[in-house]
Design a protein around this ligand. Sequence first.
Ligand code: ZN
Length: 150
Amino acid sequence: MSELRALYQEVILDHNKHPNNFRKIENADREAEGYNPFCGDHYTLFLKLNEEVIEDISFIGSGCAISKASASVMTTVLKGKTKEEAGRLFETFHTLVTGHLNGSMDELGKLAVFSGVSEFPARVKCATLAWHTMQNALKSKEAKTTVTTE
Ligand code: ZN
């Protein structure tokens, strides 16, 4: 298990160094800012929607390795998913990082690398910041939204 953890850590550090979808989307349908004052994580998320489908998703900003890796993996996983699928994945991801996941990690795929976060409750806000920001952006009728973790 410790080897697996080390591997996961490597994946997180790699995403932190070379994040996917780390760019701005011009003419995005939604733009959402997320801020985690406990850690200083601060990102802006961009979404391009095609009716119910997330056609493109990206982010810019800065923060700790976990928050950045989480945003990187999230954008990778959500591209091409429907809003509803994104919401379901967020629920499952949330149970994973808070240590409440029942059943297998199979449907989580790449997101499983964040399973170790459940051992560090203070880092849960880091891991879920991009997700809260994404959910807020999708649910809001406004083109621009802001999320601050509490
Ligand atoms: Zn953080």
